[in-house]
Every structure is written in structure tokens, then in C-alpha cells.
Ligand binder design. Structure first.
Ligand code: SF4
Ligand code: SF4
Length: 313
């Protein structure tokens, strides 16, 4: 049995048919902004990967919600797909090693894959007082970041905390928390969100394996395929205000989810994300679909600039 057949056999054992898997590949292909003709090739990246990039996954000051959102999808097999295409060399949440062995694994992996690994970082980094407000295993996050990240081929910041500082960097920020990019003075690829949609991470990685390069980014490091349009642009509740009047653009029949939430504080017009197209929990629902306004969670400093959340801006 070849590699591809073994993969489909494994999926079948989990109750996932080839058709289910192809549907997921088509969904991912669309999320990446590619034509549907690429779907079989995207499926191949999972079923018969030619390379599995080594990944070192670091946690700084955060709630681990980004990892949770990536590995606890509603279909258990999708998280495994992430691990089919990546070779995770270090990840504090899921690794079996603990204590000194875990620390050794980290620095062995950095040495072994120097210049070749992708670093995925979650969480902001404290820089005030030499970073003493954020530590793991006796080392500050600043020290860990400085010793690991410059050796990476590329760094992907997963979640708004790593990408832009998140809640840790909200005023008054006595610990001096910063994004990974600001703390180290480097460029990072950012997949913000609180938490981010895992399909945007998978799409970025597949893009890298597929085309041999990271996707095109906007001027604050976000992949354009996922963050190129505002939430408002594709919102099913879309409407606008004209001369102080509420105007439903789609008319009552097509505004399927009911009225626009702008007057309840929705930040969709100022927020760039594909949430309306992708949804969370494998498209089950999303903020505005559930009747709560967008809070702008993918934008820099959203805790300071987008609050109060439930007030029209
Ligand atoms: S609910 Fe928000 S994103 Fe949707 S149309 Fe209204 S303002 Fe725009
Ligand atoms: S709809 Fe807005 S608040 Fe909700 S996840 Fe998307 S960007 Fe964040």
C-alpha cells in the first residue's frame, strides 16, 4: 500500500471518507483564494507529503486559546491533518517530555534544524525590567525568543497577542508586553485573532509547502488571502447608513441573519478578516452569526482602540 492509500485508510478508520476529505480540501483551497482546480493538489499535500517542515512552537504570555483552536477542532481528524504536514519538534502543550528533558528537546531542535525550521509563536513578550514578567523554566520569554527565533527560517505569530501584543499590551501595560516583532525588531508573518481561525494557519502552511514560499502579506504582516477584506465587506447582515438612515443593502429577504449590529458596537467596517466566509468550528458559526458584534479582535491594539465593544463608534 503506498503512502497515499495508507493515508486514506487511516482516514477511513476515523470514519472520514475520501469524499469528506476532498470536501475539506476544496474548502481549504477556497480559503487560500485558489481556484477549485487546485483542490486535488492540495489534498495531495496531506495524503502524500513530499516534505514535512520542522516546527518549533513557542508559548509566551497568552491563554493557549490559539493552540486550543488549532488542535481541538470539532472534527478530530482535522487537527491530525495539521500534524500530517508538519513535523512538530517542540510544543509545550502537547509534548510528552517535561522538565529538563523538555528544555533539552527545545535547544536540540534549534541546533539540529538551524535556519530550516518554522517557528510558530503564541503570546506577547514582556520587555520591561529585562522581561522578568514572563518566564518559562527559569528563563524569561525575551531570552527564549532571542535564542530561538533568529535561528528560524520564518516566524509565524499565531494569535493577536504574538502578532500585536493583544490583551497583555493593553494600557497601562506595566510589564511592557510587546508583539514578537516589536520585542525582537524582526518581521513576522501574523495570523491574528482571539483566537485565530485554524484554517488560516493551515492555509498559510499549505501555501508554503505548495508554492515554496509564504503567502503575500499586507503591511502589518497578515496573509492577504485571509485578511484582505473587511468583515463588513462580506457580512450577511450588511447594511449601511445614509444621511443618518439605516439602509439594508440586501433587502430584508437576503439579509438572512437579521439586522446589522453596527449600532450595537460592531467593528466589522474597521476589521480585516475572512470570518464571514470561513466561520469557526469548521464553519458552524461566527460572532456576527451568533448575534454578537465584531470586536475587531484581529486588529493591532484592539483592546484599546475598539473598546467599549458594545458602543457604536
Ligand atoms: S453587523 Fe457589522 S459587519 Fe455586519 S453589516 Fe453590520 S456593521 Fe457590517
Ligand atoms: S468577527 Fe470580529 S471579533 Fe469575531 S472573530 Fe472575526 S474579527 Fe474577531
Amino acid at each position: 500500500m503506498d503512502q497515499e492509500e495508507r493515508f486514506y485508510e487511516k482516514m477511513r478508520e476515523k470514519g472520514v471518507s475520501r469524499r469528506d476529505f476532498m470536501r475539506y480540501s476544496a474548502y481549504l483551497t477556497a480559503a487560500m483564494g485558489l481556484s477549485s482546480s487546485f483542490a486535488p493538489k492540495v489534498a495531495e499535500v496531506f495524503a502524500a507529503p513530499k516534505q514535512r517542515p520542522p516546527v518549533i512552537w513557542l508559548h509566551f504570555a497568552e491563554c493557549t486559546g490559539c493552540t486550543e483552536s488549532a488542535i481541538k477542532t470539532s472534527y478530530p481528524w482535522i487537527d491530525e491533518l495539521i500534524f500530517e504536514v508538519l513535523s512538530i519538534e517542540y510544543h509545550e502543550t502537547i509534548m510528552a517530555a517535561a522538565g529538563h528533558q523538555a528544555e533539552k528537546n527545545l535547544f536540540d531542535a534549534v541546533e539540529k534544524y538551524e535556519g530550516k525550521f518554522i517557528c510558530i509563536a503564541e503570546g506577547a513578550i514582556a520587555v520591561e525590567h529585562n522581561g522578568v514578567y514572563g518566564k518559562t523554566a527559569g528563563k524569561t520569554h525575551l531570552e527564549i525568543a532571542k535564542s530561538v527565533i533568529p535561528n528560524a527560517l520564518a516566524t509565524i505569530c499565531l494569535g493577536t497577542c504574538a502578532a500585536y501584543g493583544g490583551i497583555q499590551a493593553a494600557k497601562p501595560n506595566p510589564g511592557g508586553f510587546k508583539s514578537v516583532s516589536e520585542a525582537l525588531g524582526i518581521k513576522t508573518l501574523n495570523i491574528p485573532g482571539c483566537p485565530p481561525d485554524p484554517v488560516n494557519l493551515v492555509g498559510t502552511i499549505i501555501n508554503y509547502i505548495f508554492f515554496g514560499r509564504l503567502p503575500d502579506l499586507d503591511d502589518i504582516g497578515r496573509p492577504l488571502f485571509a485578511y484582505g477584506e473587511t468583515v463588513h465587506d462580506k457580512c450577511p447582515r450588511r447594511s449601511h447608513y445614509e444621511d443618518g438612515e439605516f439602509v439594508e443593502e440586501f433587502g430584508s429577504e437576503e439579509a438572512k441573519l437579521g439586522y446589522c449590529l453596527y449600532k450595537l458596537g460592531c467593528k466589522g467596517p474597521d476589521t480585516y478578516s475572512n470570518c464571514p466566509l470561513r466561520g469557526f468550528n469548521d464553519t458552524t458559526n461566527w460572532c456576527i452569526g451568533a448575534g454578537t458584534p465584531c470586536k475587531g479582535c484581529v486588529e493591532p491594539n484592539f483592546w484599546d482602540t475598539m473598546t467599549p465593544f458594545y458602543k457604536e463608534s
